[in-house]
Unconditional design. Sequence first.
Length: 553
Amino acid sequence: MPLKSNAITQGPTRAPARAMLKAIGFTDDDLRKPNIGIANTWIETMPCNIRLRELAEKVKEGVRAAGGTPMEFNTIAISDGVTMGTEGMKASLVSRDLIADSIELVSRGHYFDGIICLTACDKTNPGAAMAALRLNIPTLVLYCGSILPGHYKGRDLTVQDVFEAVGAHSAGKIDDNELLAIENAACPGAGACGGQFTANTMATILEVIGLCPFGMASVPQPDDRKLDVCVEAGKIIVDAVRRDLKPRDICTRDAFENAIASVAASGGSTNAVLHLLAMAHEAGIDLKIEDFQAIANRTPLLCDLKPAGKYTAVDVDRAGGIPVIAQRLVDGGFVHKDAITITGRTLAEEAAEAHETPGQDVIKPLSAPIKKSGGIVILKGSLAPEGCVIKVTGIDRKIHQGPARVFGREEDAMDAVIHGRIQPGDVVVIRYEGPKGGPGMREMLGVTGAIMGAGLGDSVAMVTDGRFSGATRGFMVGHVAPEAAVGGPIAALQDGDPVTIDIEHQKIDIDLPAEVIAQRLQSWQAPPPAYTTGVFSKYVLTVGSASKGAVTC
């Protein structure tokens, strides 16, 4: 078959290239086969991606067994959990686009015939998918799996519990020894954060949208079944090259709508809105933030998962995995069942082979959903004309009205929470944390965890032009657009201004006359940039609105 890699490996003029590749150990026979790039996001700064070197070897084994030649390369990753609450967290969203850029660049330079991307921590998943959609060569994105839950005093723990324990500690509800015990128990080994947080939300998306083979993402990273998954994935990508099955063949408008339905049904992270908009941009699909609401309205919440629910990602695997979620969506008519997947089979064909564990209670039957509509709500109004997002799993309140407590950065809000300066009824507003203002839309899990841990979760709301971790729960509104740094209405807020957040009517408003807000914005001046050189400075010059995915191209 004609191979893209022939341009770099075949013919007399390519002798110098072959000479260099032979120095690595490749043979003439290797170079005549499909060359498969193995994009590895291994890094030694977090548990999420720590096993990926070992897993890459098994992927290569599968590629070779299927008649391909694997060529591994590395890209970067930033740990959200480790950097949370610091300036380092500003690097997280920036890394998504850098991951996409680096995979694209290496793949274009080396003329790979196909790619398999090994991902785990949050931004590696959409970054790899964005690169795949830019390149549009056969690509498989393999999520390498969740961490196992920790255990303490008879309950399962995730990193979410540690963040909330910080708030409980600051409120005097637990002592130093209890905080340390939770810290020591929460993360027992390799794998990405273990609830339906951003990494596992994106894993669900990757299977349902069709870029990851069914049943592969759910297997936890420490589980030895993951080794077999990797071998099989290596075989599948070579087959996809032979069939010339490309990402844009898979990621159609229907597939994106299926992905949104999977987020709604699983109670997934608000970050899914940002990342799916960015992926759709790369695919040339006209997806809008309003589309999420329309699909969530018609899709039931079926999964009882952390952060608001009872179970972890490992429990999803034990229940039968993401294929069971997909099967529910197909059976209920909530997805386009004929959408194609990386195996060449349809979503319905793959979902039909799901093996549900008898008696499991993680994924509810269609006859008994947790809620009749999905876990994401898009709000618009005078505070967010372009929109913002709230995750409503575990929220009983439909409306919150209260005075704004305004902070210009996350650290100041955190200080107010842990020192008891936030009162019941307040609306904590953290601005200048958007794509440009941060830059990089820091996640606010430190603050939201502290609010919940301090016992304020039922009486306080939070609004930000930054983001939230998938582990965030509570009445928390993020992605406010336009952001403060470009003169959005959130920049006009002052302490004490009345704010109304109305989930039922999908509204978020500053309860002041429009002319007052307009007058304030006329006298508003943008603050000086936090960074004037380097990667953050370049990012500010190119990044767009969160309402369109915060893309940089």
